[in-house]
Design a protein around this ligand. Structure first.
Ligand code: 5AD
Length: 338
């Protein structure tokens, strides 16, 4: 069976994705590849969801423009800095700033926030959506290290259906620009979207390699209230774990988070992901008042723990599965190969 896993061309990817009798073997093999290539350390990232304002109208997403049932917010730059400082004091070495796609912060505001956070010895990951080459460039010069922009799906027709007014090619161009600018590049896909084929998931995995991603986030689709897909079916946990495991095998050195969406569909989702190829956890460090309004999807796990308590409880759980915490910035190991 390992021969099949060692030759991940499109045909074999499809075969493995369709054949559930191979699942446990696949997860074990991906776990071994993870251990051999990126080791037993888990990278913890502090995620700050700075705003849920969004101009896009993605059919699956709870913060889509047309959802009038959530309270929109924009954190003040000072609040972002205060949250980042608390996270840094609690031991985090990477700060992730994520928002919906909007222009509610000016580039100048971002530059100021990035420069302030970079006074500390930490990495900054941005997840702010599609921007111009020049904007990405000035954010990079200000000190941003990494950028997350999921392609969501590489299936042209499905992309159009799911993302009215958006363009797949534009998103690919954004990813290429980010790569050109020297960001560590993060992308990924949603698994289980209405009308998504196994064939297109194989294409997604091959795309991750082609774009030379340094990080890949894969999560199951979760039907979400007040969206056009609220009544769609949601049984995608295993399939998303398989896409993630195959990504690990194809790209042995990259960083792969155990995603929150996995935990939302399965009560042990993150641990299962960490044992099937993942080596990163992104922990939400926002105040509860913001967390509860960043409802990308239903059942998003929310808690009111302090940043320090949450971090310590996660470290405890990781020890139980014999995994340790990485104490440096946790850059992707992809660069060292070249
Ligand atoms: N189910 C699963 N993932 C979702 N995302 C947005 N909405 C959903 C949903 N309903 C994911 C997208 C986005 C990331 C921040 O959250 O992939 O890039």
């Amino acid at each position: 069976m390992q021969d099949l896993f060692k030759n991940l061309n499109k045909e074999n990817l499809i075969k493995i994705l369709k054949d559930n009798s191979l699942n446990q073997e696949l997860f074990n093999y991906a776990n071994k590849i993870r251990k051999d290539n990126v080791g037993n350390e888990v990278h913890l990232r502090a995620l700050i969801e700075i705003s849920n304002i969004c101009k896009n109208n993605c059919l699956y997403c709870g913060i889509r423009r047309d959802n009038e049932n959530i309270i929109r917010y924009k954190m003040l730059p000072q609040e972002i800095l205060d949250t980042a400082k608390t996270a840094i004091n609690s031991g985090y070495k990477t700060i992730v700033l994520q928002s919906g796609e909007s222009n509610c912060y000016s580039t100048e505001e971002f530059l100021e926030i990035i420069k302030e956070i970079k006074k500390y010895d930490v990495a900054i990951t941005l997840s702010l959506g599609e921007k111009s080459f020049e904007e990405y460039q000035s954010l990079k010069i200000a000190g941003a290290d990494r950028f997350l922009l999921r392609i969501e799906t590489t299936d042209k027709k499905l992309y159009k259906q799911m993302h009215p007014n958006m363009d797949l090619q534009n998103r690919i161009n954004c990813l290429k620009n980010l790569k050109k600018l020297g960001y560590e590049l993060g992308t990924g896909c949603i698994v289980g979207l209405l009308n998504q084929s196994i064939d297109s998931l194989a294409d997604d995995i091959l795309f991750f390699k082609e774009i030379e991603a340094d990080m890949i986030g894969v999560g199951p689709f979760i039907p979400t209230k007040n969206t056009p897909l609220e009544n769609a079916s949601s049984n995608n946990f295993e399939l998303s774990l398989k896409v993630m495991a195959l990504t690990r095998i194809l790209l042995p050195k990259i960083n792969i988070p155990a995603t929150t969406a996995m935990e939302s569909l399965h009560k042990n989702g993150k641990i299962l992901a960490l044992n099937s190829g993942a080596n990163v956890l992104m922990l939400n460090v926002n105040d509860f008042k913001y967390k509860q309004n960043y409802k990308i999807y239903n059942n998003k796990i929310l808690n009111e723990n302090s940043i320090m308590d949450e971090r310590n409880s996660v470290i405890q759980k990781l020890h139980e599965i014999n995994r340790s915490i990485c104490n440096d910035k946790g850059n992707s190991k992809t660069k060292k190969d070249t």
